[in-house]
Unconditional design. Structure first.
Length: 190
């Protein structure tokens, strides 16, 4: 099975994330896209990060019934902070018959040289890159296997959603209804 790993904080998951994942599974040779919830990104601050189990629950609620989409807690079991190279090593051992690739935005791809063992990642893993505004130039790295996606993008960010919530405004239409309801019920991000 060919699986695209979509790493992120997903703090919270929103329609932009879901559109990317759905587009990838429908327009590439990948059989599934797995949302890999990162407990702590080593390149980002953890302030304001909702508990990883709550973020995982929100994703699972958002993708319920979607055949090609799945959410995983694989990084919850690994030492922190989570490094992609270590997650890939672990996941490849756990699922030896699967062929894993990485899905990421062009902003993250431009920062790849800052990642732990990025050279090994580039040599061992295919990348599906969606172009984000302001990051249109896709770097060419030696040995990289890259497919640039013509994915529909929404200019939504999880940071923007959290700020809207803090202002007491509605996030309707930015996140799936089930995510909105769960956030409101539990007063997340306030």
């Amino acid at each position: 099975m060919k699986v695209g790993l979509y790493f992120g904080s997903f703090n919270p998951v929103h329609h932009g994330h879901l559109i990317i994942a759905n587009h990838v599974v429908q327009s590439t040779a990948l059989d599934q896209v797995w949302f890999v919830v990162s407990p702590q990104n080593p390149l980002k601050p953890s302030a304001g990060l909702l508990n990883e189990y709550h973020r995982l629950f929100l994703i699972r609620a958002a993708i319920e019934g979607e055949k090609g989409l799945r959410a995983t807690d694989i990084e919850f079991k690994l030492p922190r902070p989570s490094y992609t190279i270590e997650t890939l090593t672990y996941i490849r051992e756990k699922y030896p018959l699967h062929d894993f690739s990485i899905i990421m935005g062009s902003d993250s791809y431009q920062n790849l040289p800052k990642w732990k063992n990025h050279g090994t990642l580039l040599r061992s893993t295919a990348f599906y890159i969606y172009v984000r505004a302001g990051f249109e130039n896709i770097p060419v790295y030696p040995d990289a296997r890259v497919q640039v996606l013509e994915a529909p993008l929404l200019q939504i960010s999880a940071t923007h959603i959290r700020n809207i919530l803090k202002e007491g405004k509605s996030i309707r239409y930015l996140v799936p209804d089930v995510v909105k309801e769960e956030i409101e019920r539990n007063r997340y991000y306030l």
